[in-house]
Ligand binder design. Structure first.
Ligand SMILES: [Ca+2]
Ligand SMILES: [Ca+2]
Ligand SMILES: [Ca+2]
Ligand SMILES: [Ca+2]
Length: 602
């Protein structure tokens, strides 16, 4: 018998509602999955001379970063305090001519990866075989990043791993016969005399005294006596959002050349206790010695001028770069105007309606005054969201240095309302309030500048940079941290590797239009063999572009040490002038284009 009419109608309505809700849930799930990686095929637009296509999976790379879990008393703000650790650093560790890269993980017990380039467009993780995988434990701390450098000058790149924990130095050594990879990494940090515990988000290699051996700089973020897994107190936060001086100490470790290091921080005049998030070393003042730039959270930047390897003086305030307190998260160096001047790109927080710090692009004035001016706004590279890692590189091989920037702090998976209002409340508090984690408003799963659009700023060479990220294919919205550039396919194009916090590692393979010329130099020094600190000036068409071989660059990142120049339509260059870290000059007249030149210091 049929049901009474009213009952039947109610049943139909209920069924329709049920099906509609199921469909809605399905659609929302699909949307959530696809939220971070927009569209797969956006190719075809050739206006800008290149296309980026995310290809990690196709290249055999399936890495997802895991965040650590600290003391339960930080649970209410865990996504913030455990917001770092995704990093990527490039080196050809096995010297087969193909660029490899190391990525860190930060979950307790999680594994790091060393992706060896197979030379055919794919990579194989060899971290476990070579001894670089299992390095994340509460007892030793978890990885925040790494930096490659040949500290013993044997021609093989060694690896410094920094953690919220014990820094470790891994020496690159031959492995026994019948080997597969034929290299392995031996921890030598204890013998080297590295500090016992540094809560570091950055470290770099530089030969500050030019004695031919790479020295080490490690920058603490939280103070050394903070063990984030076993807090003695919750009073561990910055004392101010603008002038905090209660962060971690810094380490300038002089390489004695015998495998050991000596702490020269105090003796060299570095007493910073700022909350450093990124550092880079480069000859920013034209003295021939590498200076140190520190990009600090909760305060002003620091620029340590290297006084002939004898002392460092913080001249940030008088040069202009250390005047305005912001939330520094990146330090990279590039010649924006093709005139031989190296500018510093420092990223900060820009969230319309809440906090508009703007990123800084510090370019040295050409009047010899040793002052820098912030040209970020004039060039159009100031607003990049909650900005993290950024790198200079000629992505479209037209002869100008472009900028790739990643961003986004915490993208919540559930509640998409914002934490910004609560953040504003704590930021306005008294220092004793701010300094205690228990006073920070709980995040409750909310987003904090999440799901942000990345930036790919193309440099027109005439003082304008234009964001083309969405057009060229950089369309993800993950919480990006580290960016590294490398020619992964030996094709004369810079590919982009991006390490995301709690997200997948992305590789944007770069397809540059044919007909755009390029030239690369792979340098081997006599003094430090990694050639870190070498300056190359390329002269062509009346232009001169300076680049320096760096160790750390960006945020928790290192690009390839090879120097890459795009040349546009120019099928010839005049000369390359190389200044080695020793000070020795070497000139190559009319080096051939569209090829890599391997150059040894004469
Ligand atoms: Ca290799
Ligand atoms: Ca070595
Ligand atoms: Ca040295
Ligand atoms: Ca360009």
């Amino acid at each position: 018998m049929s049901l009474p009419l009213r009952q039947r109608i109610a049943w139909i309505v209920w069924t329709v509602v049920l099906i509609a809700s199921l469909a809605a849930v399905y659609a929302l799930n699909r949307q959530a999955e696809g939220r971070h990686l927009a569209g797969d095929e956006r190719g075809g637009d050739t206006r800008f001379g290149f296309q980026l296509r995310e290809s990690a999976e196709a290249m055999g790379v399936d890495f997802t970063h895991q965040a650590p879990t600290f003391d339960a008393r930080l649970n209410h703000i865990m996504p913030q305090v455990a917001a770092m650790g995704a990093s990527v650093t490039v080196a050809d560790f096995d010297r087969d001519g193909w660029q490899d890269f190391y990525v860190t993980n930060s979950g307790e017990g999680s594994l790091n990866r060393l992706y060896r380039n197979n030379g055919n467009g794919t990579f194989t993780d060899v971290a476990q075989i070579v001894g670089l995988a299992d390095v994340n434990e509460r007892e030793t701390g978890v990885s925040m990043g790494s930096v490659w450098g040949d500290f013993d000058n044997d021609g093989w790149e060694d690896l410094l791993l920094y953690r919220y924990g014990r820094p470790e130095l891994f020496r690159n050594v031959p492995s026994p016969p019948d080997c597969v990879i034929c290299r392995s990494f031996v921890p030598v940090g204890e013998r080297a005399g590295l500090p016992a515990w540094v809560n570091a988000n950055s470290a770099t290699w530089l030969d500050y005294d030019r004695d031919g051996f790479l020295d080490l700089f490690i920058a603490g973020y939280w103070p050394d006596n903070v063990n984030l897994w076993k807090l003695e107190t919750t009073k561990i936060m910055p004392e101010s959002f603008e002038y905090a001086n209660n962060g971690g100490r810094k380490y300038l470790l002089h390489n004695r050349g015998d495998g050991t290091f000596e702490d020269r921080t105090d003796a060299m005049g570095i007493r910073s206790r700022r909350w450093t998030l990124a550092i880079t070393a480069a000859d920013l003042l034209g003295t021939g010695y590498p200076d140190l730039f520190l990009s600090n959270d909760y305060g002003v930047s620091e620029l340590f001028a290297n006084q002939s390897g004898k002392r460092f003086d913080d001249i940030a305030a008088q040069t202009g770069v250390g005047m305005t307190p912001k939330s520094g998260m990146n330090a990279s160096v590039g010649d924006v105007f093709n005139d031989g001047r190296l500018g510093i790109y420092k990223t900060n927080i820009s969230e319309p309606g809440n906090l508009l710090q703007g990123n800084d692009l510090w370019v040295p004035k050409s009047d010899g005054s040793k002052r820098f001016e912030n040209l970020a706004s004039a060039l159009g590279v100031d607003l990049g969201g909650w900005s993290w890692g950024a790198q200079f590189g000629d992505l479209n091989n037209d002869g100008t240095q472009d900028i790739y920037l990643t961003n986004g702090y915490v993208s919540a998976t559930g509640d998409r309302s914002s934490y910004w209002y609560d953040f504003g409340v704590i930021a306005g508090g008294h220092s004793t309030i701010i300094g205690d984690a228990k006073n920070w408003p709980p995040m409750r799963g909310r987003s904090f500048s999440g799901y942000q659009r990345k930036r790919v700023w193309l440099n027109d060479g005439a003082g304008q940079m234009t964001d083309v990220a969405q057009v060229v294919g950089a369309t993800d919205t993950y919480d990006g941290r580290a960016v590294a550039l490398a020619d992964l396919g030996n094709r004369g194009a810079l590919d982009v590797i991006v390490a995301n916090q709690r997200g997948p590692l992305l590789i944007y393979r770069n397809a540059v239009q044919p007909g755009r010329h390029w030239i690369q130099f792979q340098l081997e020094g006599k003094s430090n063999r990694s050639a870190i600190g070498t300056r190359v000036e390329l002269h062509w068409n009346g232009k001169v572009q300076a680049q320096e071989v760096a160790a750390a660059s960006g945020f928790s990142a290192q690009s390839q040490r090879r120097v890459h120049y795009g040349l546009g339509a120019a099928a010839a260059v005049d000369r390359a002038v190389i200044r080695w870290p020793s000070g020795a000059m070497q000139t190559m007249e009319k080096p051939a284009v569209d090829r890599l030149h391997k150059v040894k210091e004469e």
